[in-house]
Design a protein around this ligand. Structure first.
Ligand code: G1P
Length: 288
C-alpha cells in the first residue's frame, strides 16, 4: 500500500564535527554498517520498494555505498570470499534507490519539497537518515499499519523528559488507544512552558501527498528554516493526523552519547563477538 519512501540525508552533521567535516553523518558506522544502511533496511523490511534519498553537498559517499563496485567485487572473487561478495551485491539490490540534491540547507521541510515530483500523488513514508530504530516490528511498518486503520497522516512519537521538549517537534492530541492519538496541535522545538505534551516526533512519518502543497505555503519557522512540523500543522486544517507511540527504541546517531550507546548495544547483540565484548566491558568497568 505504501511503496515509496523518502530519506532526508542532506543536513550538516554539526553536532559530530570534525568527524563529519568530509563525510556524511549518515555514513557514520554502527560496527560495520553505515547508519543509513540500517534506515534503508527498515524501509525495505516494511515493504517499501522505492526510496528517494535527499542528499546535498559532500554526500556522494552515500551513493557510492549503495552502488556496485566492480573492482572490489573482482578482488573478492579472486579471494573467493563468497560471503562478503554476496553481501556487497545485496547492498546494491536492496531497493530501487534514487537521489536528488537539496541545493541549499533550508530545513527538513524544504528537503521534503524536493521529493514532490518523485512521489507523485500517493502517500509515502519519511525516515530521517540519522535515526536508527531498534524494534521487533519495523517502526515504518507500525506506522503503515496505523495508516491502514485510520488513514490521514501518521507520525511516530515517543515520550521524552519534559526538560528536553525544546529539542523536538512536539504533538498534542486526544488518545484513541494506548498507542494512537488524534493530533490537534504540533509545534517545532517549543519552550518547556509552551509544549502541548512531552510526546516528541521521532523521525518516522507516513504523509499524504497534500503535504507538498502545504510546504509551498509554509514560511520559515524555527531557526529560520522551513519546518516539516509547521507544514503538518497546516495539513491539520484539511485532514486528520495521528500520532503513533512507537514500539521500539530510537537511536539518534547525530548525538555523540547516543552514538556510543548504540554502538555498545548493537555490539552486544552480534553473536560473533558479543561474549568477548561483554567480558571486555565488565573488565574495564571493574577497573574504573
Ligand atoms: C527533526 C524534526 C523534529 C523531530 C526530530 C527528531 O529535527 O524537525 O520535529 O522531533 O527531527 O529527530 P532535527 O533533529 O533535525 O533538528
Amino acid at each position: 500500500m505504501i511503496k515509496k519512501a523518502v530519506i532526508p540525508a542532506a543536513g550538516f552533521g554539526t553536532r559530530f564535527l570534525p568527524a563529519t567535516k568530509a563525510q556524511p553523518k549518515e555514513m557514520l558506522p554502527i560496527i560495520d554498517r553505515p547508519t543509513i544502511q540500517y534506515v534503508v533496511q527498515e524501509a525495505v523490511d516494511s515493504g517499501i520498494e522505492d526510496i528517494l534519498i535527499i542528499t546535498g553537498k559532500g554526500k556522494r559517499a552515500i551513493e557510492d555505498h549503495f552502488d556496485r563496485n566492480h573492482e572490489l567485487e573482482t578482488r573478492l572473487e579472486e579471494k573467493e570470499d563468497q560471503l562478503l561478495l554476496d553481501e556487497m551485491r545485496r547492498l546494491s539490490d536492496m531497493a530501487n534507490l534514487h537521489y536528488v540534491r537539496q541545493r541549499e540547507l533550508n530545513g527538513l521541510g524544504d528537503a521534503i519539497r524536493y521529493a514532490r515530483h518523485h512521489v507523485g500523488n500517493e502517500p509515502f513514508a519519511v525516515l530521517l537518515g540519522d535515526t536508527i530504530m531498534d524494534s521487533v516490528i519495523p517502526v515504518t511498518q507500525q506506522l503503515i499499519d496505523t495508516y491502514a486503520q485510520y488513514g490521514g497522516s501518521v507520525i511516530a512519537v515517543e515520550e521524552v523528559p519534559h526538560d528536553k521538549v525544546n529539542r523536538y517537534g512536539i504533538v498534542g492530541g486526544k488518545s484513541l488507544s494506548d498507542r494512537i492519538l488524534e493530533i490537534n496541535t504540533l509545534v517545532e522545538k517549543p519552550n518547556i512552558q509552551d509544549a502541548p505534551s512531552n510526546l516528541a516526533i521521532a523521525g518516522r512519518y507516513i504523509l499524504t501527498p497534500e503535504i507538498f502543497a502545504m510546504l509551498e505555503q509554509t514560511p520559515a519557522g524555527k531557526n529560520n528554516e522551513i519546518q516539516l512540523t509547521d507544514a503538518m500543522l497546516l495539513l491539520l486544517k484539511r485532514e486528520n493526523l495521528y500520532a503513533h507511540r512507537i514500539e521500539g527504541k530510537r537511536h539518534d546517531i547525530g548525538n555523540k552519547l547516543d552514538f556510543l550507546k548504540t554502538t555498545v548495544e548493537f555490539a552486544l547483540k552480534r553473536p560473533e563477538f558479543a561474549d568477548k565484548f561483554r567480558a571486555f566491558l565488565e573488565e574495564i568497568l571493574r577497573k574504573e
